[in-house]
Design a protein around this ligand. Structure first.
Ligand code: ECB
Length: 137
């Protein structure tokens, strides 16, 4: 059985976040702030509903969804776009396709040992983030 993605996870590495943010058209000012953040993921499951919170000292961002059900996502405080998102399991990867103005956009989460991996991609740019399980929260 694959390890659950649920729990509290603290970012330990972040590769090409700047490239991903550039692809989303984020200003240099906001990119500088964002690059300094140590992000936290808080992932919960309530019945068939998942809640994924991205938490930082600067801004928080939360989505909730059911597997396989398309939902309207407004990326408030990120690139502020209205997109249509669908999350599915692809093997052990929790993957999201985000359709809208930006091409080839989405993300994938998976767990290896006590690490949560995340690939965020947009328009050919791939950001790779790794989080370590926080057993105190
Ligand atoms: C919410 C903390 C980040 C705040 C950064 C603020 C300004 C920069 C603007 C845009 C940057 C683009 C994306 C931010 C990166 C991470 C936030 C959530 C990325 C995401 O889609 O996470 C998924 C998968 O875990 C769940 O929403």
């Amino acid at each position: 059985m694959p390890t659950s993605v649920c729990g509290t996870w603290d970012m330990i590495s972040n590769v090409n976040f700047d490239g991903y943010m550039k692809a989303l058209g984020i200003s240099v000012h906001l990119r500088k702030i964002a690059l300094r953040l140590k992000l936290k993921k808080v992932i919960e499951q309530q019945g068939d509903q998942y809640i994924v919170k991205t938490v930082s000292t600067f801004r928080n961002y939360t989505i909730s969804f059911k597997i396989g059900h398309e939902f309207e996502e407004f990326t408030k405080g990120l690139d502020n776009r209205h997109i249509k998102s669908t999350v599915t399991w692809q093997g052990n990867k929790l993957t999201c396709e985000q359709t809208g103005e930006k091409k080839n956009r989405g993300w994938a989460h998976w767990v290896e040992g006590d690490k949560l991996h995340l690939e965020l991609y947009c328009d050919g740019q791939i950001c790779k983030q790794v989080f370590k399980k926080n057993v105190n929260e």
